[in-house]
Design a protein around this ligand. Structure first.
Ligand SMILES: *Cc1c(COP(=O)(O)O)cnc(C)c1O
Length: 427
């Protein structure tokens, strides 16, 4: 098949360097003359095509968002149909059908105790929303000084001021520590158990990425962690906030990661990235009747928080279509086989590799620690082998869209292996 070149590619690159500012990016390197940014032109299933006609496997599911593949027909159609009817409607004073139906679907999909859904736009705002609900709940329940949060070391909960203050990754978060919530960082359960009752009485909630810390480098929590954390929260009267922004929607092999420790249900569940199948920014904060009912009363009880695009009908229509695909295509049932193939491919490619110090896998997510090269060099080299992904420092990351085929799983792992061999001079 002849490569289809977008004739404007060079011009677009030039304009990008003139006007765009990219996230988490040193723009000096980005704008340097030798750097030719890849302009992504289209996507189909697990494959992305750039403006020069090169095709790649989407090895990190487009920064952890994509679920059923790009341009999934039923999701595209749902967005198109909704756009023709109504692209947006304010949730302030009005309501709309896709938001209502998606809220109901999310409540049905999650534990019975989660009964209310507050829609926002991004993972960070889903977290901010949970935190502000927790703070105001304490004000409304006669514990106004209970304003402190606990976050885990190496956690990542987003980049708005409050969400960033909960994070525990020094390079990202230290500089913003003082501009957000009052947060104490802890390493694990032992530290929680050593807290005095006086300290605990200041704490409103604790946030955790269930089973796996993503931005920390795909680090797995010990099994049983959530059950023990839930027990500690119950004993201490501290709210438990699950950040399933990355892990939600099948990535770990179950719809939500916490389902793998079923007894441990949260007081708040934050969803975003995969909520619309990776198409439109939309986030949801789910909570309980107990929290909701504290806000029922006069103006003083009102939850003063929101965004212009809360409950956006386009996003909610995409979210509903995303959930329907899980059902109609029996997506979760297809995962164990794919996860098994992924394990076998990782094992064959990286076990005993002299430059690999650790391989971690959960569902269709993997983190591979490398030495003797940099994560970035490996990922750049892997592009020549039709794979796009980003490392976290020297951890290579694969997070495969759920639609990926067995052959594509092997290709993606092989591409990373070749990139590693090339960047360490082994090939
Ligand atoms: C990506 C992510 C966030 C932030 O989501 P945004 O949509 O980027 O604001 C929060 N928590 C976790 C675990 C994430 O992976």
């Amino acid at each position: 098949m002849a490569k289809k070149l977008n004739p404007d590619t060079e011009k677009l690159r030039h304009l990008d360097k003139q006007h765009l500012w990219h996230p988490f990016t040193q723009m000096k390197e980005w704008c340097a003359p030798g750097h030719d940014p890849i302009v992504i032109e289209s996507g189909r299933g697990a494959i992305l095509t750039d403006s020069e006609g090169n095709q790649y496997i989407d090895g990190n599911a487009t920064i952890w968002t994509n679920v059923h593949g790009h341009s999934y027909p039923a999701i595209v159609e749902a967005i198109q149909q909704q756009a023709e009817k109504l692209a947006h409607c304010s949730a302030l004073g009005f309501t709309n059908e896709p938001a209502i139906r998606l809220a109901k679907a999310l409540v049905e999909l999650t534990p019975e105790s989660l009964s209310r859904v507050f829609f926002t736009d991004d993972g960070s705002t889903a977290i901010e929303c949970a935190c502000k609900m927790a703070i105001q709940f304490r004000q409304l329940s006669g514990e106004p000084d209970r304003t402190r949060f606990l976050g885990f070391d190496h956690a990542y909960h987003g980049d708005t001021a409050g969400a960033a203050s909960l994070g525990g990754i020094a390079t990202f978060h230290d500089r913003f520590e003082k501009t957000g919530f009052d947060v104490t960082h802890v390493a694990g359960l032992d530290e929680l158990r050593q807290m005095s009752p006086e300290e605990i009485r200041k704490i409103t909630a604790i946030t955790i990425e269930p089973l796996i810390q993503g931005a920390a480098g795909m680090q797995l929590w010990p099994s049983g962690m959530l059950t023990e954390l839930r027990a500690w929260c119950d004993k201490s009267g501290v709210f438990l906030i699950y950040d399933e922004v990355m892990t939600g929607f099948g990535k770990t092999g179950t719809m939500f990661a916490f389902e793998q420790e079923t007894e441990a249900t949260p007081d708040f569940l934050c969803l975003a990235k995969g909520l619309t199948g990776g198409t439109i920014p939309l986030a949801a904060t789910l909570t309980t009747d107990r929290v909701f009912e504290a806000f029922i009363g006069g103006p003083e009880q009102t939850f003063y928080y929101g965004h212009s695009y809360c409950g956006n009908p386009l996003g909610c229509a995409a979210g509903l279509a995303n959930l329907r695909v899980f059902e109609t295509e029996k997506v979760l049932e297809s995962l164990p086989q794919k996860i098994g193939m992924f394990s076998a491919a990782l094992e064959a490619a990286f076990r005993d590799h002299p430059n690999v110090t650790d391989v971690r896998q959960l569902g269709l997510i993997a983190g591979i620690d490398v030495s003797g090269t940099t994560g970035n060099e490996v990922c750049i080299a892997a592009r020549q082998h039709r794979l796009l992904t980003r490392p976290i420092r020297d951890t290579l990351v694969l997070m495969l869209p759920l639609c990926i085929s067995g052959a594509q799983i092997r290709e993606a792992v092989q591409a990373l292996r070749k990139g590693l061999d090339e960047s360490t001079g082994l090939d």
